[in-house]
Design a protein around this ligand. Sequence first.
Ligand code: 26W
Length: 818
Amino acid sequence: MMNAKELKKAIEDNVKVLYRKTIDEASKEQVFYALSYAIKDTIIDEWINTHKAYDKQDAKILYYLSMEFLIGRALGNNIINLGARKEVSQVLEELGFDLTDIEDQESDPALGNGGLGRLAACFLDSLATLNYPAYGCGIRYHYGMFKQKIENGYQKEVPDDWIKNGYPFEIKRSEYSYIVKFGGNVRVDNVNGKEKFIQENYGSVKAIPYDMPVLGYENGMVNSLRIWDAEAITNFSLEQFDKGDYQKALEQENLAKTLVEVLYPNDNHYAGKELRLKQQYFFISASLQRALDKFKSTHSDIHMLPEKVVFQLNDTHPTVAIPELMRLLLDEEGLNWDEAWDITSRCMAYTNHTIMSEALEKWPIDLFKSLLPRVYQIVEEINRRFVVQIRDRYPNNAAEKEKKMAILYDGQVRMAYMAIIAGFSVNGVAKLHTQILEHQELKDFYEMMPEKFNNKTNGITQRRFLVHANPLLTDWITKKLGSDKFITDLPQLSGLKQYLNDDKSLEEFMEIKYQNKLRLVKYIKEHNGIDVDPNSIFDVQVKRLHEYKRQLLNILHVMYLYNKLKNDDNFDMYPRTFIFGAKAAAGYRRAKQTIKLINSVADVINNDKSINGKIKVVFIEDYKVSNAEIIFAAADVSEQISTASKEASGTGNMKFMLNGAPTLGTMDGANVEIVEEVGRDNAFIFGLSSDEVIAYENNGGYDPMTIFNSDTEIRTVLMQLVNGFYSPNNTEEFREIYDSLLKKQGNDRADVYFILKDFRSYAKAHDEVEKAYKDKKRWAKMALTQTANAGKFSSDRTIEEYVRDIWHLTKLRLDNAK
Ligand code: 26W
């Protein structure tokens, strides 16, 4: 890192060169770019140095293949990882600027939907911090996750042009471009008695990589996130298809334009769109071609590949990597099937992130075959050989096993099965999730190949979600522990336990929470225009909007509390602010209706003077990484209320915990392990267990009408969905929500997600929260208990487990590092 004087000069020079301005004339945005380029300058040498070390040490490299990287803003994070926070903010101050203001100028790159994409970003941070050689490989979507506007209570999607003004932390690397081919047909030639497969009449695009630096924490390590953009193959395309195939040239131009245009905003819902499969093959083919070339530039024997390269498939989205690697090894490297299979299956590992059946990727064979004719032939052969294996092993029930396990079945390519069959590792993302995979969802595979299955409980990076998100708490912890080692060794937080009975420390801890609440109050005022009482309990649910996550349960409970306040003279409650933040997939009706409901309820309750502000409901517009950081730091209560068995892990739960908010939740996903760490007394647990949910599901569900008929308070709430109480201009506004809770919907049971079933126990858990909160000291202790026990949930721990059990990487030594 340059010293203060050099940095100041660099900023001033950049402002001059970029904008022909002196620093006192520069806007905040201009200073953002000037500073970012200065920071990039200091990163560059370490970046080069790191990659020289890769080569010199002949390091094994991880390629983390993912359709999504929800990286969030880079500037603040890079400054922290360079260890330059204080210095940079001081220099800016001298120049008349505030660092957080400047950080706010950066777009918030949202090249991901939610959990899976953010996990990928946390993993990159941990890999670099732990000195492991790795590339993230993904797509340079021109439009990431949409910006959410709320208009009249409805979600409106606005395109997010994150690269409009140029993104300072990326480098275009045209010299590593590759061609990717789609469609056409396969011709088989016989060359010296050997079959040669040649794809012809195809359309193609050029894949161009852009690299972003991924900095380790104060260790001089800089890995790369490599995202691929598409360009048309111009000029020579006309020559190449020299029949003057003008039409084709135009098509290719168009393909290149649409291919990387936009991230599919579906989270946990497979839509089967052809363009999506194109995106998958596009970035996978380019990433693998590059990985092989890189390997071959320093190795002569391709059989060594598994020793030097490992590919992790982030869910099934990159699974086409399996037949693509086979294709490259067979057709380009000239290996025979057994050699290619041996190499491929030793290079590929698969992570499952969901058991929701509607999320499973199953491509129609026709579509797959016409888009990827050669790759499909290989899939067929993988499947054929596997089916032979099944028949061998299960001679008595081969047909049944085939139905359950074959890759090709019923006209579809089942991507998860291909990943399991071909890879050497299959992992779930929390203990409970992995158990459900082994014993329910994937039990046939577990029975056949148990050695592949393992658990890797998710984690989060404390560099972003504590150090950057919560500087006050970071400083306090540093003081209390006498060191900042927790920044790279999170279990050190357990040292805070010695303060659990120290009143002064507890007060300090809660004062920091209060300051963070003020910061959020200000954000809400500025962005939503709502006044919020910082002394109320901040009860927060932020995550993608999905029925299984049950934001509906939360808002129905708010409606229930409001009725009590209005109708029951004996009822009183501690002031609460219910905070929501969530994006709904653009085509997800029920989710969008739920957003409208939350906003309608907010409208009525927030404007009712008679309840003295006892309840406030806030829907924070455009939930994203940058405002998430502000929200986690300010939360009192963490709502993690998915129907048990449905949330594979959750990672927001860990971010709340780290920032001192107890969990109000079901025994689902990683909540189970959070409770394990803090103890049952330091969490508010309610609802059906996953076993109970699964048992109900296997018996056709339960009957919500018995609850409707017997519980008058619940019934009142439900009636308010259809009597215009929250929608005076349209009593039908929430009819579908009402129906979904009480009536069978086509093939779906009524109340698929057990909302009414869990309602009473949820309400009781809320009572417990209030009781606990009123006892200031008890609450402070409970809050600090969360932070003190969050050590397990660092993504550093998760990454070390992946390295130990799956990737087998070696830490890179950086000689010139500070
Ligand atoms: C094909 C459509 C589609 C898109 C995204 C299907 C599935 C997904 C993701 C796998 C959904 C996802 O983000 N899953 C979340 O992954 C997190 C990281 O492991 C977990 O913490 C969440 O529980 C899980 O829902």
